[in-house]
Write a protein that binds this ligand. Structure first.
Ligand SMILES: Nc1nc2c(ncn2[C@@H]2O[C@H](COP(=O)(O)OP(=O)(O)O)[C@@H](O)[C@H]2O)c(=O)[nH]1
Ligand SMILES: [Mg+2]
Length: 241
């Protein structure tokens, strides 16, 4: 079995890709990295290929034909990581909203058996979000309250996308059934982990808005999340999840 791999989905992250990869490989704890790029027009994947010369034993790239959303990019990455025998599988953004230095804290919760899923959480100790406009903070915070209310999960940060999974958790989920692509994807993964009765922990992190490149957030992603949560709950009630 191999140890940990950090999956980073990318779409037009040319300004971040090299520094985020270097940041992970310069950590004291060694993790492998899998970039899942959707054929970014800005050439993100060419930069990854160039860096593979330097990090030949730990940097991997999967390229998809077109932009197909964060959820399916992760599902693709999860399957790859399971096939390649990794024990600990991470989700992390490319834009430094998630600090790579926190990876080890998430890893430790999973590695010591405290968690099957460890979440880097913005809202365990107040609101640890830096530089986001107030409306985005409020939306994100109330989204978590809404998810708690509908699903009954006691999670403070339901849309968080900074996660470590033990492989059993991903093996237990039927990944082909995951349909959501945006924030709803993050909620769905937590809900399925919760239903499968794995332990979930929240590790406090500070989330910082990106300083380089552009957010791919859209109204469609917000709508998907609002209706997606209700759909998840209804499907669970009718045992169709
Ligand atoms: N492969 C892939 N990555 C994506 C897609 N949409 C967003 N990402 C990546 O997912 C991460 C989070 O996206 P971001 O736009 O920062 O979302 P925000 O933090 O909610 O504003 C970044 O690394 C993006 O490059 C997509 O459609 N495909
Ligand atoms: Mg971001």
């Amino acid at each position: 079995m191999k140890d940990g791999i950090v999956i980073i989905p990318t779409y037009n992250e040319i300004e971040n890709i090299e520094i985020i990869i270097r940041a992970v490989f310069s950590l004291p704890k060694k993790f492998h990295v899998l970039i899942v790029d959707d054929n970014s027009p800005d050439g993100t994947s060419n930069k990854v290929i160039e860096l593979q010369q330097e990090f030949s034993d730990g940097l991997f790239l999967e390229t998809r034909k077109e932009k197909s959303g964060l959820g399916t990019a992760y599902v693709h990455g999860f399957k790859w990581a399971l096939q390649h025998d990794y024990e600990y599988i991470f989700e992390m953004d490319a834009d430094f909203s998630h600090n790579p230095a926190d990876l080890e804290k998430l890893y430790n919760d999973c590695n010591t058996g405290k968690a099957g899923m460890a979440i880097g959480s913005r809202y365990v100790t107040g609101v640890n979000v830096v530089n986001w406009p107030l409306n985005r903070v409020l939306m994100s915070y109330f989204a978590s309250m809404y998810v708690r209310f509908i699903t009954g999960m006691k999670i403070h940060d339901a849309t968080a996308g900074f996660i470590c999974y033990r492989r059993e958790v991903l093996e237990t989920i039927d990944l082909d059934k995951i349909k959501f692509t945006g924030y709803a994807f993050q909620i769905e993964m937590k809900y399925r982990t919760f239903i499968n009765k794995f332990k979930i922990t929240e590790v406090p992190i500070i989330f910082t808005d990106r300083t380089k490149g552009e957010s791919k957030m859209s109204n469609a992603i917000i709508k998907e999340a609002i209706f997606g949560v209700i759909m998840l709950r209804v499907r669970k009630i009718f045992n169709r999840l």
